[in-house]
Design a protein around this ligand. Structure first.
Ligand code: UDP
Length: 486
């Protein structure tokens, strides 16, 4: 058929909604706008947890978009120690799936034009070389984190002669990037904090593998990258020889999904609120707060006097900032709210357990601000909806995102924790009031959110910067001879 004759790109998403969501949108655009056929490949969930219902609703929506979905079969992982780190489990899962992916490529993509694994799956790049097609890495964060990664790799050029070598050079206490962005150690992602930790070495090795890619497709767009030096940053990332070129192709924000799986109660509730009156509070798919912090947040929201929609998770009892299993937890997080809280805030506040259809919430006319963990997808969704943020980063590279969004991009107000590590109720209430109706900082982030919303929409329309970047890359793929695998 004509579909079988189109050059075919195979995208591979590592486990996690934060990877699957933007890659599904990337696949959809490649098919709808750039003349390619696409298959999105997923892994079985390594935790053995039922794959989130939200995931299956993303995958089932692909069909209508003309994108094929393919699931890799489960591989045995029971030889790994029970306490193996999540990254170790993921890397093993990916490595052991290579033979399956090889046969899947043969069956699913007769005219293979390119292989696009996400940044956790750089171990798949040699497969692209083996088959003889371009291999591009999908990078679901921004150019700042890509620059940090490149810096860590370059620092170690010549230092560690071979992977596994013990000599590892860490990042400086203050890092001035070519873009002009300046990051302090506390703003680095978890893995970049301490070069003594095995995870840092692992990141450096991962970054070295990035060099085998022909390019990065980055889920970002010009205007959300730090002002003034955008072109410089993109030029640096694209032209500096040590890393392949980076193409900003975002924001890849999916139309809402998961409506079938969650009660639309929160949307109905939003329908009853005045326009521009509600603060949405959520910490992504895995963010977790301690018991004390949950209580401070509740009190801060109550004291702010504003309306709020809060997606609550079970508090973490061990102080961890994330809990990847919380989404499957059947316990009721609302039971942790203090006596009388729900009654006192009834009518102006709604707490929902576990999950909300976030894109629809952000797009809702009642929603005016977002207290966010600054996961990059959440930040892009907020900006695409024109909603300013209060930045409350918890783990991974969220602190870097929060620093850039507040200090360089100017679309977020940043919360500060006290000496005890807790963000106090006064701080929360004050930030919510400022973002909602403050005259100075609040006004500035609200205006900036509106500007960025327009820029984001323009970037992805024909002729916009992200559209053109994707058209350029798709053009390269189509020009190269596709490989006939069967
Ligand atoms: N999400 C959602 N409802 C929720 C929590 C998260 O729809 O209650 C979606 C959100 O819209 C985003 C993704 O899950 O697309 C989370 O990705 P992000 O990068 O923001 O954070 P992560 O979960 O990776 O920390």
């Amino acid at each position: 058929t004509a579909e079988r004759a189109r050059p075919h790109v195979v995208l591979v998403a590592s486990p996690g909604a934060g990877h699957l969501i933007p890659m599904a949108e990337l696949a959809r655009r490649l098919v709808a706008h750039h003349g390619l056929a696409a298959t999105l490949v997923t892994f079985p969930d390594p935790s053995g947890a039922p794959s989130a219902a939200a995931n299956s609703s993303i995958l089932s929506s692909l069909d209508a978009a003309g994108v094929s979905a393919a699931a890799l079969p489960a591989v045995a992982l029971d030889d790994l120690p029970a306490d193996a780190r999540l990254e170790t489990v993921l890397l093993e899962l990916i490595g052991r799936s290579i033979p399956h992916l090889r046969s899947l490529l043969r069956d699913a993509a007769p005219l293979l034009a390119a292989l696009v694994p996400d940044f956790f799956c750089s171990a798949l790049l040699p497969l692209a070389a083996e088959v003889g097609v371009p291999g591009y890495l999908f990078f679901p964060i921004n150019l700042t984190t890509l620059s940090v990664m490149r810096t860590a790799v370059e620092l170690n050029d010549g230092a560690a002669a071979a992977p596994g070598d013990e000599v590892v050079r860490g990042l400086p206490d203050v890092l001035r990037l070519p873009s002009g962005v300046s990051l302090r150690r506390e703003d680095y992602g978890d893995g970049f904090q301490n070069s003594e930790e095995p995870v840092y070495k692992h990141l450096v090795e991962e970054g070295r593998r990035y060099r085998a890619a022909d390019g990065f497709l980055v889920n970002t767009f010009h205007e959300i990258e730090p002002a003034g030096n955008v072109d410089e940053l993109i030029k640096q990332v694209m032209e500096q020889g040590t890393f392949p070129p980076a193409y900003p192709v975002g924001p890849l924000v999916r139309p809402s999904f998961g409506e079938d799986d969650v009660s639309p109660a929160c949307l109905e509730w939003l329908d009853r609120q005045p326009a521009g009156s509600v603060v949405y509070v959520s910490f992504g798919s895995a963010g977790a707060l301690s018991v004390e912090q949950t209580a401070e947040l509740a009190a801060g929201l109550e004291d702010s006097g504003h309306r709020f929609l809060w997606v609550m998770r079970m508090p973490s009892l061990d102080g961890a900032h994330n809990n990847f299993a919380a989404m499957y937890d059947r316990d009721d997080p609302l039971a942790w709210l203090s006596e009388g809280f729900l009654e006192r805030t009834s009518g102006r506040g709604l707490a929902v357990a576990a999950w909300a259809p976030q894109v629809r919430v952000l797009d809702h006319p009642a929603t005016a601000a977002f207290v966010s963990h600054c996961g990059w997808n959440s930040a892009l969704e907020s900006v695409a909806a024109g909603v300013p943020m209060v930045a409350w980063p918890l783990y991974a590279e969220q602190r870097t995102n929060a620093a850039v969004l507040s200090e360089n991009v100017g679309v977020a107000l940043r919360l500060r924790a006290g000496g005890d590590g807790l963000v106090g109720r006064e701080e929360i209430a004050a930030a919510v009031r400022e973002v909602m109706d403050g005259d100075v900082e609040g006004r500035a982030v609200r205006r900036r959110a509106g500007d960025l919303q327009r820029a984001a929409a323009h970037a992805c329309t024909p002729g916009g910067s992200s559209w053109q970047m994707l058209e350029e890359v798709a053009g390269k793929w189509k020009a190269a001879p596709a490989r006939r695998l069967c």
